[in-house]
Write a protein that binds this ligand. Sequence first.
Ligand SMILES: Cc1cc2nc3c(=O)[nH]c(=O)nc-3n(C[C@H](O)[C@H](O)[C@H](O)COP(=O)(O)OP(=O)(O)OC[C@H]3O[C@@H](n4cnc5c(N)ncnc54)[C@H](O)[C@@H]3O)c2cc1C
Length: 246
Amino acid sequence: MARTGAGRAARERDGPGRRHTAGRAAARRTGRSHRGGTTPPRPPPAPTRAGALYSAHGNTEARATFYFASPLLDLDRRDAARQQAILTEQFTGNGWESDRLLREMRHASDFYFDSVGQVRMDSWTRGRVALVGDAAYSPSSLSGMGTGLALVGAYVLAGELAAARGGHRVAFARYEEEMREYAAGCVKMGDGVAGFMVPGSRFMAGFLNRYYKIMPYLPGKNLMTSLARKTAENISLRDYGSLVKR
Ligand SMILES: Cc1cc2nc3c(=O)[nH]c(=O)nc-3n(C[C@H](O)[C@H](O)[C@H](O)COP(=O)(O)OP(=O)(O)OC[C@H]3O[C@@H](n4cnc5c(N)ncnc54)[C@H](O)[C@@H]3O)c2cc1C
């Protein structure tokens, strides 16, 4: 396991209806932006490890993220010291700016460590209960799609409930119908990004490292953004306001 993308690992593990965890860990820390510019993600060379540094909050902060492939780890979620020790083990001497970032990680007030997982379910509703957002269709933290997807899901569910005047059976069926393809696209995006972030082969890691360096100068530099936008906008939202009789 663990050399493939988060979603692929998830498919191998469980059947529908369970929360999947892919055995990939992420840690994030925030510091002041030290470069004064947007830094594209630059994974270090090991094919099952990736580090990235990006700017946030109007270029006032630099955030570091580490991903590594591993079997699912049995860790106490409150034991930050142990989690940091694991990251240190994984990334020390891994090149790029890893060692400095690991040192700074110990002082981060917003350190975060978790496995990367996706949620795939055959049905998001049962009886009078409906799931929305990550609980129903988490595309993983790697996808960049989770927040928008959750908001769209909430909008569609609320809209269908209103349009059906509270008739939950009709509304739930319409919610699933409207959202199924859109959510699948976002989850697939999570798979694809996982493959890019933690490629799994030295060849691909080497290729991506070179690619990221020249990406800002290439005509197709916005390809990733365009793909993300296409996935995020792949749904025609109904204007429920006009459907609902007042
Ligand atoms: C490190 C990281 C980076 C991410 N980056 C991005 C990104 O760049 N772009 C993007 O779109 N998405 C990103 N995501 C994903 C995004 O955060 C989620 O997809 C999104 O927050 C899902 O929204 P939600 O409302 O479904 O769930 P959540 O935001 O998780 O909200 C669920 C809420 O329910 C509460 N809760 C849980 N259990 C209970 C309970 N028993 N009783 C009461 N309350 C409860 C929780 O405390 C939480 O507040 C990232 C996620 C992570 C972890």
